[in-house]
Structures are given as C-alpha cells and as structure tokens.
Ligand binder design. Structure first.
Ligand SMILES: Cc1ncc(COP(=O)(O)O)c(C=O)c1O
Length: 401
C-alpha cells in the first residue's frame, strides 16, 4: 500500500481523520496538549523510547500474547474457524497495559510527576496504576460511583498499587462523568500531570498515540495467523467502547482490503430502548472530550446518559478513527445486547474454559452470529481484550435474578 492510501486511514498533522478528531479544546489547554503532541512525536521517532517500550512489553507484560484456535467454540458454532487474540493473558489481565506503559514512559520523559485518568471497568485504571508503580509516578484515577461498586476488585487493586481513586457521584455516575471529572482536575494543573487517556479518544495526539501503542496486537495477530494458516483471516471482530482494543487489532490489517473489519458496540437493553451505548449505530456528529466524533446526544444537545452491562464500553462517544473508517466504508459496526453478551460470556467459559471480560463478551457474541454464516474454511479473529475475573460476582448475581 502506498503512503497516500495509508494516509486515508490516518490523521493529518492536526489530528483530523477526515472530518473527525482534532483538538477541540478551551484556549488554556491548547498549549499543554500541543506539548504532549510534540513530545510524543519526538519519542515515537526515538529508538531508545521504542526499545524501552518493546522491552517492557516482552519482559513485563508477557508479549507476544497467544493467538489461540478455539476449536471447541468453532465446533459448537459450526462455520468459520475462530481464533482468539489472548489479550486477557497480559499482565493485569487486559489490553490496557499496552498503552499505559507507553503513556507512563512519555510522562517520565516530559518531566511529569503524576498521571491522571478516568476508568470504566477499572482495567485502564489498574493498568495505569501498575505502570505508574513500575516507572515511579503518582497516579490519580477518577471512576463513576456505579463502576466503583460494580468493579470493586479493581478499586482494591488500584489502591494497593498506590493510586488515589476518586469516586465520581455526578450525573450518570459512569464513564463519561469520570472523564469530565479527571479532565477538570487536569485542567487545573496541566504542568503537573499527564492526562493518560484510557482509549483512542480525546484531543490529538491521544487517538493516534494510544492506537500506536495498541497496534502491537494486530501486528502480532497478522504474523501469527500467517504462521498458523498461511493466509490472512476473513474477518476481525473486536468490541468498541472508546475503541482502543479494536484499533489495536485493526491497524495492521487496514491495508488488507480482503479482511472484513467489524467493531461491536453495546446495544444494552435494546436499540429501541434509551438504555444502550450504540454510538456508531445511532450517534450523530458532535464534540465530546476534546474531539469531533460520533456522539449519542440527548434532547438537550448534551451527551446522553448511556448504559451497558459492561462498564468499560458504556460511553456516549467513540474514537474518531472509527467514525472515519466507517465513513470510508473500511469498517462496519454492529451491536449486541446485554443478554447476548451474557450468553457469550457463559458460552466461552463452558466451551473453552476461558472467562472473558463482559466487554470482550460483546465481540464473542457477534462471533456467535457471524461464524455460522461463513464456510468452514473461513477464518475469524476475535480480540479477547480482557479476562472476566472482575465480572464474576456481578454475573453470578445477575444470573440468580
Ligand atoms: C477488557 C476490556 N475490553 C474493552 C474495553 C473497552 O475499551 P476500548 O474500547 O478502548 O478497547 C475495556 C475498558 O475498560 C476493557 O476493560
């Protein structure tokens, strides 16, 4: 693929993916974000930064993660061969550690003493607290009060790792409010902190930077499937909240036009209810958290209250590159309900002995629909973005109802 074609999928120097992205910021935050962008540009091109990151990814995180042929699930579904990219096996149990190590190393290079971030399911918070402990930074995590309750084990983990966890009681008490709250604190002293955003969202450079850090997932998966099957897959499937695990898997395959790219978002209690977070499916173009992207807006023109059984994906915005890929027709976006995700959670656990995160269960739920429609010589790779230990109490309770 030529540079011109590749650039169709990438952001320009101002961080715009077509009409999406950018840095939609109050004037006093323009300079601090431009500093982050400049520092990342230098780090990205510095072999010593890349070597340190690669070394941590292999020696600390345990990369490469496995690409596992789920033979039992494949037999159960009948149809395409299903492979799982096992990000759940990473240290801390999810893909988030891939970008938090990059963010922590960047913070250190920039002379920051603290990192601050939001978290939904707590996986980004745990991963950032871990990276901060390793690299020697203070860490502050804002988390919606509902999620603090629902994802209690992750709150304990963050505190044990030395992070300050701030429960956010306002509005829907969920991920969006956690971002708002962390952003406010950051805006008060941008010199002190790096705002270590937890997904491919926010102002430039975060959508591109977090994607770059996560792109190791797709690079490995591409090499692993060529090794195992001697050819590329027919489809990639990943859940989309902000969209970091999905962009991580998709990035290395964007130029392979024969590979279908499918993002799965939460339909919650149904697309016709007001309890979902299907931003790509039902959103409109708007601004949220420093970026122009697709947003679920309420009647008042503000981001709508959203719902998903999976705390990490109940977000009314989405990474701008996803909106761009959809507009270019390079990626498709579908949704599955809470119920379908819960069923997939149990199906994968019983057939393969792998307990997936409720977020990742959304990807599996779509594979359940897709695989039987494809021939037995087709190949699907699903990103198993995290493990479900954090969700077992909640699921057990829910199944008792
Ligand atoms: C396991 C897991 N998968 C997916 C997500 C969603 O994030 P993203 O869409 O950025 O991958 C989360 C967020 O907390 C998560 O914990």
């Amino acid at each position: 693929m030529t540079e011109t074609q590749l650039s169709r999928y990438r952001a320009n120097a101002e961080g715009y993916f077509g009409e999406f992205g950018g840095a939609v910021l109050p004037p006093f935050l323009v300079e601090p974000m431009a500093e982050v962008a400049a520092a990342y540009e230098i780090a990205r091109n510095d072999p010593s930064f890349q070597e340190e990151l690669q070394s941590l990814l292999s020696k600390y995180v345990g990369r490469p993660s496995l690409l596992y042929f789920a033979e039992n699930l494949t037999r159960e579904l009948g149809g395409a061969k299903v492979y799982l990219k096992r990000e759940d096996l990473n240290h801390t149990g999810a893909h988030k550690i891939n970008h938090t190590l990059g963010e922590a190393l960047l913070a250190k290079r920039m002379g920051k003493t603290k990192v601050i971030a939001e978290t939904g399911a707590g996986q980004h918070g745990v991963a950032l607290a871990t990276a901060a402990a390793l690299v020697g930074l203070e860490c502050e995590i804002h988390m919606g009060a509902i999620d603090v309750e629902k994802q209690h084990p992750n709150v304990v983990r963050m505190e044990l790792l030395g992070a300050k966890v701030v429960p956010v009681e306002r509005g829907g008490r969920s991920l969006k409010e956690a971002v708002d709250s962390a952003f406010e604190v950051y805006a008060g002293s941008p010199d002190e902190y790096l705002f270590a955003i937890g997904s491919v969202v926010g102002p430039h450079p975060f959508p591109s930077m977090v994607r770059d850090f996560q792109s190791v997932v797709g690079r490995e998966a591409r090499a692993q499937i060529l090794e195992a099957e001697g050819r590329l897959p027919d489809a990639l499937v990943a859940c989309v909240g902000g969209g970091s695990n999905a962009m991580g898997l998709f990035d290395a395959f964007l130029e392979d036009e024969s590979v279908r790219i499918i993002g799965v978002e939460p339909a919650g209690e149904g697309l016709d209810s007001d309890r979902h977070a299907a931003t790509m499916t039902l959103g409109t173009v708007g601004d949220i958290h420093g970026m122009r992207t697709k947003v679920l807006l309420g009647a008042d023109g503000e981001p709508a209250p959203v719902h998903s059984i999976a705390s990490g994906i109940d977000y009314p915005g989405v990474g701008p590159q996803h909106a761009h890929l959809e507009q270019l027709g390079r990626a498709e976006y579908v949704s599955v309900t809470d119920e379908e995700a819960l069923n997939a959670f149990q199906l994968l656990t019983r057939t393969e002995g792998i307990i997936p995160a409720l977020e990742s269960s959304h990807a599996i739920a779509h594979v359940v629909k897709l695989a039987p429609t494809l021939s037995a010589d087709s190949i699907v790779i699903a990103n198993l973005s995290g493990r479900g230990d954090k969700d077992v109490d909640f699921v057990a309770e829910r199944l008792r109802k």
